[in-house]
Design a protein around this ligand. Structure first.
Ligand SMILES: Cc1cc2nc3c(=O)[nH]c(=O)nc-3n(C[C@H](O)[C@H](O)[C@H](O)COP(=O)(O)OP(=O)(O)OC[C@H]3O[C@@H](n4cnc5c(N)ncnc54)[C@H](O)[C@@H]3O)c2cc1C
Length: 462
């Protein structure tokens, strides 16, 4: 049927961004999406709805805990859960229709339905076969699940079910202390749920700088989250709408049980490639089910490429987007490229946690001589005024050259502050470059500058 330069399968942040950039560069582009709306996991059941609920419940928390201290009196607001859900759905709608507008603006054809690749150069949707010079698989990921813990999306839920619970659970058990579990745990703790997080490892947020992770756990515990670490969950059953979990404490081998109204399984995500026909095509997958690509996002089959959660690397929307742009540029004959060393990671709890580059543990393991510049938000005037003095900025720099190797922030607006350091790292900056850059007062970003100063002759307000 219709012939395109490029057909992208999947309209998540990887796919839709790839399509827009390719269209801007003059390619004739179509995107196939199986969902009713564009935007993928991120806009429909991921980043955006979770951030809407985090914003709403953070506002509630501020009203309950800080308004009176500022002389804002009156009863604290109550929670109208259906209206909060409607607000979240409205935010989703605004964003997904925004992508549809961008498709029209860029003359991208939106093919509705689930795609299959019967042969290189062909994409089949229902009974129609479309042809394209290039095919990009951007089909994303799905919740990974846990053996013995059957998800019904009512009592035992994934993040998708947790975002649409019909009522706020009195007791919520979360399996997995990663980003998704802790963000949703924060949401429900602020809404009054008793939240218990069970984690297989001995620390939360595996892979994060250990000093930040320890502080993060302490802060979340103060906010009411209970952590059971080193807990290997064995199984779950549901009776009368309540779940019972069994788990083994890895240190002692002791078998334990706990019950909860709702269990959130947040044990990670796996690539979603079902139904594409990759086996028949002979597309190579990794043992973890990721589509294997080379440095130019090409699979082993001529003309078929892949990006985003479906391939290796951190499962993050902005990583998928950057790969989408890079690949579109490559397909248009340019030199697209992603610098994986400067991809930030953010957890949108309160305070936020943000990280880029290497952790202290990674530098130690690599035997890399480094120095640390730390600055507490308690020394930042703006943070103190805003009841946001908890947390710190930590910059790791090469001991000899002062070049920034990594940065880890726990504190207010950490997810925004980290980008100054990402840009600095892209330019190969030294900590001194940040330290000598004038930062407006009073801003949270002064804490970044102070941490950079601490890599040299010392912070001023410490
Ligand atoms: C609760 C939650 C919160 C998150 N929060 C954040 C965050 O704050 N920041 C962040 O960076 N990341 C976050 N993520 C991760 C982020 O959502 C993903 O990394 C990102 O969406 C991956 O983009 P993608 O384009 O690779 O795939 P996806 O967004 O998963 O999109 C893939 C699309 O492909 C479609 N599709 C699949 N197969 C086919 C087919 N055969 N035919 C047609 N269509 C198909 C799917 O329907 C889907 O719409 C979060 C995830 C979750 C679950």
């Amino acid at each position: 049927m219709s012939a395109y330069d490029l057909i992208v399968i999947g309209a998540g942040p990887g796919g839709y961004v790839c399509a827009i950039r390719a269209a801007q560069l003059g390619l004739k582009v179509a995107v196939v999406e199986g969902r009713d709306t564009l935007g993928g996991t991120c806009l429909n059941v991921g980043c955006i709805p979770s951030k809407a609920l985090l914003h709403a419940t953070h506002s509630l928390h501020a009203a309950q805990h800080t308004f009176a201290k500022m002389g804002l009196t009156g009863p604290a607001p109550g929670v109208d859960w259906p209206t909060m859900q409607a607000y979240k759905d409205d935010v989703i709608g605004q964003n997904t229709t925004g992508i549809a507008f961008l498709f029209k603006k860029n003359k991208i054809t939106w093919i509705k339905g689930w795609a299959q690749i019967p042969a290189p150069g062909q994409v089949k949707v229902a009974d129609d076969v479309h042809t394209a010079r290039h095919i990009v698989i951007a089909t994303g990921s799905e919740p990974a699940g846990l053996p013995g813990v059957p998800v019904d999306e009512t009592t035992i839920v994934t993040s998708t079910g947790a975002l649409t619970l019909t009522k706020i659970p009195a007791e919520l058990a979360i399996i997995g202390a990663g980003v998704i579990g802790l963000e949703l745990g924060s949401v429900f703790a602020r809404l009054g749920s008793r939240v218990t997080v069970l984690e297989y490892l001995d620390a939360i947020t595996p892979g994060m700088d250990a000093e930040v992770a320890r502080n993060f756990q302490r802060i979340l515990a103060k906010q009411g989250l209970t952590f059971i670490l080193g807990a290997a969950v064995q199984g779950a059953t549901v009776a009368d709408g309540r779940a019972t979990l069994t788990y083994t404490l890895r240190k002692t081998g002791a078998e334990q049980t706990m019950s909860a109204d709702t269990v959130l399984v947040a044990t990670g995500r796996r690539p979603f490639t079902a139904g594409l026909g990759l086996d028949a095509l002979g597309v190579t997958l990794s043992p973890r089910g990721q589509i294997v690509t080379d440095a130019y996002y090409a699979t082993n089959i001529q003309g078929i490429f892949a990006i985003g959660d479906a391939i290796a690397g951190p499962m993050l929307a902005h990583k998928a987007e950057d790969e989408g742009i890079a690949l579109a540029e490559i397909l248009a004959g340019q030199h697209g490229h992603v610098n994986y060393a400067t991809i930030p990671g953010v957890i949108y709890t309160s305070p936020e946690v943000a990280t880029v580059g290497q952790t202290e543990e990674q530098l130690k393991t690599a035997g890399h001589a480094y120095k640390v510049g730390r600055f507490s938000f308690m020394g930042n005037a703006r943070a103190k005024a805003n009841f946001a003095g908890e947390g710190f900025v930590k910059i790791l720099a090469d001991k000899a050259t002062d070049r920034i190797l990594g940065a880890h922030i726990i504190g207010p607006a950490a997810g925004d502050l980290i980008h100054e350091i990402c840009v600095a790292m892209e330019f190969g900056a030294a900590a001194e470059d940040l330290a000598r850059t004038c930062h407006a007062h009073p801003t949270y970003s002064e804490a970044v500058r102070e941490a950079a100063l601490a890599c040299g002759d010392g912070a001023i307000h410490a």
